[in-house]
Design a binder for this molecule. Structure first.
Ligand code: NAG
Ligand code: NAG
Length: 139
């Protein structure tokens, strides 16, 4: 690579790495996260990362909230969620290195992570139909 090409390459890399919510294309790996409410009542979730505040969302029973983002080139991407269910509250990391390990990134560019929010706690899996790992219970 010529030094001009190399500079352009790194410029593009750094530009994209600071934009974590996808605009349809990632230089790095893309993650899509689903938060599925299996509680027979509405819950409210507030999700944010260092760069993005996804705001408050009400998820109805059996409904989901999902979003996708480009993984940071340095693997530092973290998303946190604050959850309210009636008078119950909990906060936890919805995406960090540990969750990333559970969701086992594939060789593909596109990866999925599913959260199941139930009365007995917060479960995560790489698949929608099993392999759930309990991460936290309600307070
Ligand atoms: C988000 O929802 C919770 C629970 O209903 C509420 O306490 C909080 O004030 C809301 N935050 C914003 C920014 O609307
Ligand atoms: C993902 O969320 C969008 C709204 O942001 C919704 O329209 C869509 O149905 C959800 N995807 C699935 C598979 O439920």
């Amino acid at each position: 690579m010529s030094s001009l090409m190399r500079n352009i390459f790194f410029f593009v890399l750094l530009t994209y790495s600071s934009v974590s919510i996808t605009q349809g294309y990632c230089v790095t790996r893309t993650w899509q996260i689903y938060v599925i409410n299996v509680i027979p009542e509405d819950i409210v979730v507030h999700i944010k990362s260092r760069d993005d505040d996804l705001g408050n969302h009400t998820i109805s029973s059996k409904g989901n909230y999902n979003w996708s983002f480009c993984e940071d080139v340095f693997g530092r991407t973290r998303f946190y969620g604050n959850f309210w269910w009636g008078s119950d509250f909990q906060n936890l990391a919805l995406f960090d290195n540990e969750v990333r390990g559970v969701c086992a990134p594939s060789k593909q560019d596109y990866n999925y992570c599913y959260w199941s929010v139930s009365p007995n706690g917060f479960w995560v899996s790489a698949h929608q139909d099993g392999g759930w790992v309990l991460k936290k219970t309600w307070k």
